[in-house]
Design a protein around this ligand. Structure first.
Ligand code: GAP
Length: 463
């Protein structure tokens, strides 16, 4: 069966992820917690591989980029200055019958796909819901919604153990602000000069009402983003440059370009900080959805932080001596969302009947395990010993997994399903001639390779 025929791909991926240890429902033994997920042994490898590739490509391989890893809890004044306390909100409605809460724009989009919702006020959204008697997706009741009200997406918590001493702080809703508030620190402590970027990866939190769809929209998620500081007049050039770079990386990962598109935000849709935004969207089984974003944040953030903190966040050009507030282009990459889309993109079902196999055709750099090592028979100590030696050698260089259960055919299929690019089988010939069978995940072809050459064989492939 080809992947196009699998209409329930998100359900299939959710089940594969749970069954094979990529992603588990959060707090499962207590009945779970809506829209929270835990990354299991394979999921954490895949997610880290995406993160590491991103860091290498966009930070370490460039002269104009530096990294930062800042605290999640920040002074609440940060979020006032950034506009998130006043503007980071969604309009919600409650069903009076079944008491469930829904995002007003999502309700309308699902019921009336041609209706534009971007930039509409809570009152305007309510009017559309009432006029079209949109039904509650949970209980089906029509015309039973409350008026839409704005709910802030920032999660609140408090610092201080003594009642009364407590003060409200927010879990960060984006990583970006940590890079703006450290702009001066980075300038003062490095030799970097405009144009340059500060990059960061970490957890962010949003109190969103979400309709499921596995890890697509969650309460907490990993975000990789950078703020690229430029001179105002150059913003269009850098916007186009980073848009191309974001798409290039997706192509390097192996995404089919027909499953990607760029969507420009309309004026009414722009976030409070942005003058231009484009989304890179991916064609999911539930329609085109945002994968990455790119925003021209102007000098909005640095100017506001300068005003609220009283600290000068201007930049002085070392050659001309000109002093100005840099403008910012922000490429943002949802890491957990990218992982979901990678699983959707590279999931294949091939063959029929007994030959049917599920293959995750992940780029080898992303595969949780690069190599699986099998002794042909687990009750033959000489085979196990040789396989163990090979495992020990390879595992110091590549993430390697051991499997000695069932027949070799089943072991191949089990590795295909989790995306392991190569399987090494140690058989009786290996003891005689020092070679092993290496089987390729995508072609299922097998070849004999000298044990001594395995390490360079896989290194070359990974290049
Ligand atoms: N600093 C800009 C910013 O945070 P955003 O479009 O709100 O922009 C960035 O989010 C990226 O984070 C999105 O492109 C998407 O990949 C991912 N994302 C946003 N909300 C998410 C959620 N609730 N769950 C998972 N990923 C999310």
């Amino acid at each position: 069966m080809s992947k196009e025929k699998n209409n329930n791909l998100i359900d299939t991926i959710t089940s594969l992820a749970k069954r094979r240890g990529f992603v588990y429902p959060g707090s499962e033994i207590y009945g779970g917690l809506a829209n929270s997920w835990d990354y299991g042994p394979l999921g954490v490898e895949l997610k880290n591989n995406l993160r590491d590739w991103w860091w290498k490509r966009f930070v370490q391989s460039r002269r104009d980029m530096v990294g930062l890893d800042a605290a999640i809890l920040m002074n609440p004044k940060v979020w006032e200055a950034s506009g998130h306390v006043s503007s980071f909100s969604d309009a919600m409605v409650d069903c009076k019958k079944c008491k469930t809460r829904h995002r007003a724009d999502h309700l309308i989009e699902n019921a009336l796909p041609d209706q534009k919702v971007e930039g509409k006020s809570a009152d305007e959204l309510s009017e559309i819901i009432e006029t079209h008697k949109i039904a509650c997706p949970k209980c089906g009741a029509k015309g039973e919604f409350t008026k839409a009200r704005k709910f802030n997406l920032l999660f609140q918590t408090s610092i201080g153990s003594v009642e009364g001493d407590k003060s409200v702080v927010y879990l960060r809703g984006e990583v970006a602000q940590s890079m703006f508030v450290n702009f001066k620190n980075v300038l003062d402590t490095t030799r970097i000069r405009l144009p340059f970027g500060i990059a960061s990866v970490g957890k962010v939190f949003r109190n969103e009402i979400t309709p499921g769809n596995f890890t697509f929209r969650t309460l907490e998620f990993d975000l990789m983003e950078f703020e690229y500081f430029i001179e105002k007049n150059d913003w269009q050039k850098w916007f186009e440059y980073w848009l191309a770079q974001q798409q290039d990386w997706l192509k390097e990962i192996g995404f089919n370009k027909d499953n990607l598109r760029v969507r420009e935000h309309e004026k009414e849709e722009l976030s409070h900080y942005s003058n231009r935004t484009a989304d890179i969207e991916y064609k999911t089984p539930i329609g085109w959805k945002e994968l990455f974003g790119l925003a021209y944040r102007t000098d909005f953030d640095l100017k506001n932080h300068s005003k609220h903190s009283g600290v000068d966040l201007e930049y002085t050009d070392p050659e001309s001596g000109n002093k100005f507030t840099p403008h910012v282009i922000e490429p943002t990459f949802g890491l957990t969302r990218l992982m979901l889309m990678v699983m959707l993109e590279f999931y294949y079902e091939e063959g029929e009947g007994n030959d049917k196999r599920v293959v995750l055709k992940l780029h080898p750099k992303l595969a949780p395990y690069k190599v699986a090592v099998f002794p042909l028979l687990k009750n033959k100590p000489e085979l196990v010993k040789k396989a163990q030696e090979i495992f020990d050698n390879l595992s110091s260089e590549f993430t390697t997994v051991w499997d000695d259960r069932g027949n070799v055919g089943k072991r191949y299929y089990a590795q295909d399903e989790i995306g392991t690019p190569w399987c090494v089988t140690v058989d009786f010939d290996s003891l005689e001639d020092g070679t092993v069978t290496v089987r390729d995940r995508d072609t299922a072809k097998q070849e004999r390779i000298k044990i001594d050459e395995l390490s360079s064989y896989f290194s070359d492939k990974l290049k």
